[in-house]
Write a protein that binds this ligand. Structure first.
Ligand code: SF4
Length: 250
């Protein structure tokens, strides 16, 4: 039975408002649009390249124009950057338990049993992982616009250091662009920084079952918006203010 709706890729929103990730929060997932399908195709090309050394020329199940865009993102420049680091894992499923501060391997999204998690476990998929004796490197591939926060990287860093039993992590986003790539702005997290992030995750998961909604300018990212009382109240306030400013109330 699924205990909650939170995964590593959604931790940034959860730190702002976690109500939609409660087990009892109504979900209204939006169908994946073309940018998400193209991003998924680029990730499949990355996985084939890193695991099998293949440069794919087709992505079965995708529309031809979306295949072309996904493969343009998986450019020679991006492959050349990927080749600079000896990866030991690609698209690996990990689950981090914020109560025990431990990580285990697990299914990736879409695979059987992905949703079967305990109440304090956060599942996720790490795109690229490299391990040295005292540091693990985690790279997350992005095909969209620049991500302003690093929360997804931090939870991945905590999970990877616990899983591979190393004290430090180096994390960054690699941006696939049409025919080129934007290389990562690396951030190194020492043991204290990792413990601090683990503590934030522990608090987040402890409060999750009873957390209340808190509306903000991030609500557009949320799958519970149509049913959320705080979002509804904010919309009503905004409408009332606009009517007042337009002089409808004399
Ligand atoms: S719509 Fe906004 S306030 Fe409501 S759960 Fe989502 S993020 Fe929180």
């Amino acid at each position: 039975m699924k205990a909650h709706h939170l995964s590593m890729s959604r931790v940034a929103l959860a730190h702002l408002c976690a109500w939609s990730f409660r087990a009892d929060a109504p979900q209204h997932p939006r169908p994946a649009g073309a940018p998400a399908r193209i991003g998924s195709g680029t990730h499949k090309a990355l996985e084939a390249y890193v695991k099998k050394g293949e440069v794919v020329t087709d992505l079965p199940g995708m529309a031809p124009e979306e295949v072309a865009e996904a493969l343009a993102f998986f450019s020679p420049a991006l492959r050349a950057y990927v080749d600079t680091i000896p990866w030991i894992a690609c698209e690996i499923g990990l689950r981090y338990d914020a109560r025990t501060d431990a990580a285990t391997a697990g299914p990736r999204r879409g695979e059987p049993f992905y949703s079967e998690i305990g109440p304090t476990v956060i599942p996720g998929t790490l795109d690229l992982v490299s391990v040295e004796p005292d540091i693990v490197t985690v790279l997350d591939l992005k095909t969209g616009k620049k991500v302003e926060d690093r929360e997804q990287l931090y939870v991945q860093a905590v999970a990877a250091t616990r899983f591979y039993d190393v004290p430090k992590a180096r994390v960054g986003y690699l941006y696939a662009r049409n025919t080129k790539c934007d290389e990562p702005e690396w951030e190194t997290l020492d043991a204290d920084a990792l413990d601090a992030h683990a503590g934030r995750l522990s608090r987040l998961m402890r409060r999750l079952p009873t957390v209340e909604p808190k509306a903000g300018d991030y609500c557009w990212k949320c799958d519970s918006r149509p049913s959320c009382p705080a979002f509804g109240a904010q919309q009503a306030n905004d409408s009332g203010r606009e009517l007042e400013e337009a002089g409808f109330f004399g």
